[in-house]
Ligand binder design. Sequence first.
Ligand SMILES: Cc1cc2nc3c(=O)[nH]c(=O)nc-3n(C[C@H](O)[C@H](O)[C@H](O)COP(=O)(O)OP(=O)(O)OC[C@H]3O[C@@H](n4cnc5c(N)ncnc54)[C@H](O)[C@@H]3O)c2cc1C
Length: 395
Amino acid sequence: MRTAATHVVVVGRGLLGSAAARHLADLGARVTLVGPGEPADHAKHHGVFASHHDSGRIMRIIDRSPYYARIAAASIGRQQDLQARTGIQFSFPVGHMTMTNMDGYYSDLVETGDHFGVSFSQVASDDIADLFPFLSFPSGLRGVLESTTGGHIDPRRLIRAQCAALQDTGGTVVDATATAVEDRTGAVQVVTDTGLRIEADCALVATGAFANHHDVLPQPVAFTVQEHTVVFAEVDEAQAAKLADMPSIIFKQGDEIGQSVYVLPPIVYPDAKTLLKIGQSTGQIMHDPLRQITPWFQGTGDVAVAEWLEHDLRAMMPSVELGAISTASCAVTKSPSGRQFIDQFDGTEIYSLLADDGQVAKSADELGRIAAHRVLDGAVPTEYRDEDFAMRYQR
Ligand SMILES: Cc1cc2nc3c(=O)[nH]c(=O)nc-3n(C[C@H](O)[C@H](O)[C@H](O)COP(=O)(O)OP(=O)(O)OC[C@H]3O[C@@H](n4cnc5c(N)ncnc54)[C@H](O)[C@@H]3O)c2cc1C
């Protein structure tokens, strides 16, 4: 058990790192959060990238996995407090709908929804014309429509809110990339690309898909990186008004690439454009992330994937007039255990909050809380088990 005066450096100013930093500070630790902002021009950027440089992430509790439902429910349950505390709105509970032709998957969703007391209704393809006349699905599908806890979040604003709450509690945000995290027997030193050397009692590393880059981990961890392509379609004011009631959507016909897509309703982006977004739920495994990840993020995604995504978007919304189409690349990490690595590197004062499994924007707050307790109390909160978050190392 650490004392309240513990100084923790959190490396990675993403969704998980900012959440952990805020919870550490709320628990009484002295916190320095280190991470760069968003690159001005992805194509010319040679530093680290992030999986959250966007304005829309699906929010939902109902999931096939009770664990993912649980961490989402806990995070969504605290959104209002964080929004009120910071004055930053990042949650948009416009509803979420998952449609599927997979019987087992559908029953799992209904079971988790019931188990967690989520407010949802069961829907079928035939209901869609009445509910959302602008949507079109093949016949024979079933789905769940999660009303009050479904919708989308703005990941950039969520990070801004976590950082604002952190700073209000006395924490510090450092705009820099860590080039080394050194264990100093009972202490750590974090070196940054801006020439800083930050000494602290311990470090928590939450550097997302770039965790095995630079010298931020004592030893490489075993997650895979998946390439994701997204397609944006601009909509004008009239089309956006037509889609005012649109929920966020997952359309799942299988677990393989090409069998599942997600769609975000119109969102106003920082450049004032209103964009619909469609993306793939499963992406291609990146074979050599150390070499491939930077060029992947510098690019605009896979052309063939973008083509089928655009085709699927047009098929799902045949009456909607889509304007300019653009594409982007992103990447997620997939955990071999299916859970995050919230653990301590053997014999060091360095901890991890890694392996997002590609779906934890909505659940970042609870994962940050779990990691904060792991660092300060030496164990995850009692409703979870340390062994479920055990690190896996590369062999
Ligand atoms: C296309 C796409 C769609 C998604 N859709 C959803 C969705 O609908 N719903 C959902 O819940 N989740 C979704 N996700 C997943 C979600 O975005 C991730 O789970 C989340 O971003 C992971 O958070 P993180 O903090 O681990 O990583 P990141 O958000 O990537 O943050 C890691 C941070 O570490 C920083 N960093 C890296 N290296 C260093 C270093 N050496 N020093 C300092 N800082 C460093 C990076 O700059 C970055 O800011 C999606 C992801 C993608 C790519």
